[in-house]
Structures are given as C-alpha cells and as structure tokens.
Write a protein that binds this ligand. Structure first.
Ligand code: OOG
Ligand code: NI
Length: 446
C-alpha cells in the first residue's frame, strides 16, 4: 500500500464531521441538541470523577465529542451492495442483523461501523442501514409500481462510484481523493425537497406504509437522524422541552442503573417538511428527527437472553404510562438483573476488558486475586450496536404511530445477506474476541 494514502479511519472521521455539519444546516434543532448533550456530558463528568477516569482509561473520553450514529433506508439490493463498498472505504463494515418486520416496520437492517479497538477509539461513526422489504406490500400492482420507480433512480454520483473503484483497485485514496470522496458520498445522503413522483403515487405508497413512501419517492436515502451519545439520558430528556424539543413518550431500552447495560435511546418528533411533487403539487413529508443515546456494557449471549426476557415481562405489564411510570415499572422488573460489575463479570452476563493497573505490569497470579488486590482492572466493554425492539420504537414514534397495511413478515437474514453481498459480522464474536485478547495479554493462570 502506498504511503501517500490516508487511512480509512481518517476518511471516516472526515466524513462523519462533514455529515454532521451538513445535517446541522439542514436541521437546526440538531445543533441545539448537540449543545444540550455537551452541557449534560460536561456536568456528568464533573460530578462523577470515577466514571470519567474509567472512560478515559478505555479511550472513550476523546471519542465522545465526535461520537454519532445516523440512519438511512434504501430500496434495492443494488443500493445496499454499493453502500457496503462505499462504507468499506471508510473502514465501516456491516455488523448485526435486525429484523424490524416483527414490529410491523417493513425493513430489515444492519449497522455499518468500525470494528477494531483502534478504529472505534478514533471515531466510532455508525450508520443504521435499513433495506425496504417490498415483498411485504400486499397489493401486487402497488408493489410493482414501487419496484419500477426504484429501478429508475441512481442514488450515487458518478464521482463516488469512480472513487470507490479507485479505492478497491489501488488499495487506498490520497488525501485529495479522500476529500472528493467525502463530498461526493455526502450527496447520496442529502435531503431533497423535490419528490420523484406525483402526489397520487406518493399518497398510494404512503397509504401502504409511510416508510415505503419515504424510501421510494425521493432521489436518495436522506439521512434521517444523527445521534450524539450522552452520559445521562434521563437528564437530557428532562431538559429537552426547555430547549424546544418534545421527546417521545418513553426512553427505549433498559432502565437507569448503577452499571449501565446495552443502550438507552429517546428521540424527538420528525419535522414536517414542505415537499414538491411532480406536476407542481406541494405537500408535507416527515422523515427527519432527533435522537440521543446512552451506551452501557455489552452483554454476553446469556446476559442478552436475560435482558430480552425481562424486557418482555415489562412490556407485557406495561400500562402505557408516561416515562416516569414506565421507568419505575422497568426498574422493578430489572431488579432481577444484577447491577454490579463484579457480579456481571463473574456470572458471565457482560463483556469486560482486562488491563494491568499502573505499576503492576506483568504481575502474576490468579485473575480474581489480581483483580481483588487491585493489580488488574476489569473495565466494561461498551456496547457498540443497536437493539431491534428499541429501533422499532424509534421508527414507530417517528412514523406518527400509523399502521399501514403491510404484512408482518418474519426475519429473512439470508435474503438480506444476499442483497448485501456478504454475511453480516456477528457482534457477539467481536466483543468476545476483544475480551479474550485482553485476557491473553495478562500473565495470569487460567
Ligand atoms: C432507524 C431507526 C432505528 C436506532 O437508533 O435504533 C435507529 C430509522 O428510523 O431509519 O436509528
Ligand atoms: Ni438511531
């Protein structure tokens, strides 16, 4: 590889900053959200020095200021497969499979994200990417119409296609090429005020499912939100109304805990935007919204099973109350989930990363003894992925709660991977490997 190439990490960092800047001009409320999150993060770190030290030790303090995830939705296998190549230029690979059809949302998804520790530390930018499942439209004539419209569009610029090919053929991009790549790639995710269809077509697709209209009727997969990471989601949710944002009713995911697990998320409602249809009709379309997230420790398969089971229990007993009541009820059910790092680790519920405490490098002995005597530190590994039930909740709150007439479907991972052109990476394997590598670097007895 030529040394004049810039790294994929560098390209991803440039791209995520450019995307954030573009979205800030498109959706001014996003700028206000960033400010709010930054203020709460600063206050949280000041009030909680041990937490700050732990984030610092894990290399996460620095990435916090740039950490974002976004989401897009595409319509065809070819679009998804080309996105896979586009994201590979930036060191982002498809991790995880999420089936949203169970919740009545006619898509299935993956997250393109960096996978190595170093890449995550540099900039963990992720994009939740959904593929529309046209087969879930029951009306066959409408299904065909949607497919025909999608077949006519090209969501990529010629320039970005050339630069993807250059990256694949040459093994990298120069700094100038990288800048052009960022500018060309950004075009795919830009908002378009002009729909590609007339009002009637839009209305017909909208009636089948609002999401179908959103994916099919525009020139490209506009970025629909960019999410900063907060260290205290309850506090940001509380302060949102005063900052001019009205959050969805409840925070998705696990309840507030001493030892945060997985991912908690909340969003604020989509904007209503003026849309110009073919034939000079004007109407409104809602696509874009705001979201915040708080990340906790990644769970093992065993921990995840317990999480899913408790979440199910809580959902069955749910009363549809406000967030405070919802959180209180969740907390009660989640009392069955240990809230202590040592127990989470010893019971194999969560992933941890081991390192020597300063001054104890190379200390030998049994792992638990070394931890008990403070010679080895076990840090929780942050969850870098998404949660299907939460994602469905985010989708739904921003679709206005309307149910269209799509079939419920079921998971079809094979079809998704065939469209993508590769299997998705198993996220649990990534966490397990990270834990094992840190474990292997210690001179402990097994
Ligand atoms: C994606 C919704 C899911 C998340 O953070 O779980 C999501 C979408 O609306 O396209 O972004
Ligand atoms: Ni999101």
């Amino acid at each position: 590889m030529s040394s004049s190439f810039v790294s994929s990490d560098e390209i991803r960092d440039r791209f995520s900053r450019a995307m954030s800047a573009m979205y800030q001009t498109e959706v001014p409320q996003y700028g206000a959200l960033l400010e709010l999150v930054e203020t709460v993060n600063r206050e949280t770190l000041e009030a909680w020095p041990e937490f700050k030290a732990s984030l610092e030790a894990r290399g996460e303090l620095e990435r916090l200021g740039v950490e974002r995830h976004g989401a897009i939705r595409v319509g065809t296998a070819e679009e998804l497969a080309t996105l896979r190549r586009l994201f590979a230029v930036m060191g982002m690979y498809p991790v995880g499979y999420y089936d949203l059809s169970e919740a009545g949302v006619p898509v299935h998804s993956t997250a393109f994200r960096p996978v190595s520790d170093a890449a995550l530390a540099r900039n963990p930018f992720r994009l939740f990417t959904s593929l529309l499942r046209l087969e879930l439209i029951e009306d066959s004539a409408l299904r065909q119409r949607a497919a025909d419209i999608l077949a006519q569009r090209d969501i990529f610029t010629l320039g970005v296609r050339e630069l993807i090919a250059a990256f694949e053929n040459e093994g990298g991009l120069t700094s100038d090429q990288a800048d052009r790549f960022v500018a060309e790639a950004l075009e795919t995710f830009r908002w378009h005020q002009h729909a590609t269809v007339d009002r009637t077509t839009y209305d017909d697709l909208h009636a089948a499912h609002r999401l179908i209209a959103d994916v099919v009727c525009f020139r490209g997969p506009h970025i629909n939100h960019l999410t900063p990471r907060t260290l205290d989601i309850d506090e940001v949710q509380r302060r949102m109304p005063a900052a001019g944002m009205s959050p969805k009713a409840v925070i998705e995911g696990p309840p507030r805990r001493q030892c945060p697990i997985l991912l908690r998320q909340t969003s604020f409602k989509a904007l209503e935007e003026l849309t110009h249809f073919r034939g000079d009709d004007i109407g409104k379309h809602t696509a874009r919204f705001g979201e915040i997230e708080q990340r906790g420790v990644a769970l093992t398969a065993r921990g995840r099973q317990l999480y899913d089971q408790l979440l199910n229990e809580a959902r069955q007993a749910a009363t549809g109350a406000d967030n405070e009541a919802h959180q209180a009820q969740l907390s009660e059910v989640f009392e069955a989930f240990p809230d202590d790092d040592t127990i989470l680790r010893r019971e194999g519920l969560a992933y941890f990363e081991y390192r020597y405490a300063p001054g104890h490098e190379g200390a030998e002995g049994g792992l638990e003894d070394l931890i008990d005597t403070g010679k080895v530190i076990a840090e929780p590994i942050t969850y870098e992925d998404f949660l299907p039930v939460s994602a469905a909740g985010i989708f739904q709150s921003n679709l206005g709660g309307e149910e269209g007439s799509v079939g419920q479907g079921n998971a079809n991972r094979e079809a998704f991977e065939a469209a993508l052109g590769t299997p998705v990476i198993d996220e649990l394997r990534l966490y397990a490997e990270r834990e094992q590598a840190s474990r292997a670097a210690l001179k402990t007895r097994k």
